[in-house]
Design a protein around this ligand. Structure first.
Ligand SMILES: [Zn+2]
Length: 311
């Protein structure tokens, strides 16, 4: 049984965590950097552990590691050696495992919930480029080149002991295919594949969500299919699109609904926490079984899911 199946056999819903970067910023980190939260793995790994603990305490059944933008290539561009880079990527998993074990050791934390799992974030190629192409999917790389890009980091994350791989913010079918090819080199490993979307029916590349879900439905090592880092108002329709094509669990963890205004460099608050919470409940009713938040969501948003789902 894969880690998601194991949780969903005993619980109706698996609760994910929320934004890592958002919380790091709330703690005063400056993430205006190509490496984003991967930079904090170098500077302040204890703080990353603290954020994982905050999310477990809020009710998360899963910590997504801070490896989204952590790649050997990215760290080497920053002047680190290959060994140092590998060490940092491993560290992202080790920190989350440490936080989980510390949390789960306390007996009162174990009531009415599953032991949380650690999902190693496998960010898209576009996150390494840091040019926004993870929301467009207009990569110049071939599928084979994407396989080569993902292979190294996936091996490191698997060896570090992650329970599952969180392949997230994937903008195009080609990259999802490349990742499933790498997965076959690690036959004992499971992953979820989560796309970024451009509207109610299409992933960022413009390809149909339904077509991607249909294709992934046949992949044995894919434990869940869904959407993250996209506007919450696309999610209801996208759940339907996925549900029509597969019986695999559906995972959704969109952004809070705030929009980033590039000219003012600020987030516009166009939605309240209350709206996000109500939406999460509706997504569950629509068939999503793994729910959390991506950018601009906080432990409060996760606690709100826990409050309707487990109280
Ligand atoms: Zn996001």
């Amino acid at each position: 049984m894969n880690p998601i199946e194991r949780i969903l056999t005993h619980f109706p819903l698996m609760i994910l965590d929320g934004g890592m970067a958002t919380e790091l910023e709330n703690y005063g980190c400056k993430l205006n950097d190509r490496l984003w939260s991967a930079k904090i793995l170098i500077e302040n790994p204890e703080l990353i552990k603290k954020v994982h603990l905050d999310y477990f305490e809020a009710g998360a059944d899963c910590a997504i590691t801070a490896s989204y933008q952590a790649t050997v290539e990215g760290y080497r561009e920053r002047g680190l050696s290959e060994d140092e880079a590998i060490g940092l990527i491993k560290k992202s998993v080790q920190i989350a495992i440490k936080a989980r074990d510390e949390f789960w050791r306390i007996e009162e934390n174990q009531y009415g919930r599953p032991e949380p799992i650690v999902a190693a974030s496998v960010g898209p190629y576009g996150a390494f480029l840091a040019d926004g192409s993870e929301y467009r999917g207009d990569y110049l790389l071939s599928e084979n080149e994407l396989v080569a890009f993902h292979r190294n980091r996936i091996r490191i994350l698997v060896e570090a002991g992650a329970d599952i791989l969180a392949c997230e913010t994937i903008p195009c079918h080609k990259e999802a295919k490349a990742i499933t090819r790498v997965l076959k080199e690690f036959p004992q490993v499971y992953a979820w594949i989560s796309f970024s979307a451009q509207d109610d029916f299409h992933i960022s590349s413009g390809e149909k969500m339904a077509d991607c879900a249909k294709w992934l439905a046949e992949e044995k090592q894919v434990a869940a299919i869904g959407i993250n880092c996209s506007a919450p108002n696309y999610i209801d329709s996208l759940i339907k699109e996925i549900k029509n094509k597969t019986s695999k669990p559906i995972i959704v963890y969109p952004n809070s609904g705030e929009e980033y205004d590039a000219s003012s460099k600020q987030w516009n608050e166009i939605t309240s926490n209350q709206q996000f919470t109500t939406s999460t409940q509706r997504w569950y009713e629509a068939g999503a079984r793994i729910i959390g938040g991506c950018c601009r969501t906080t432990p409060e948003d996760i606690k709100a899911i826990n409050d309707w789902a487990r109280k």
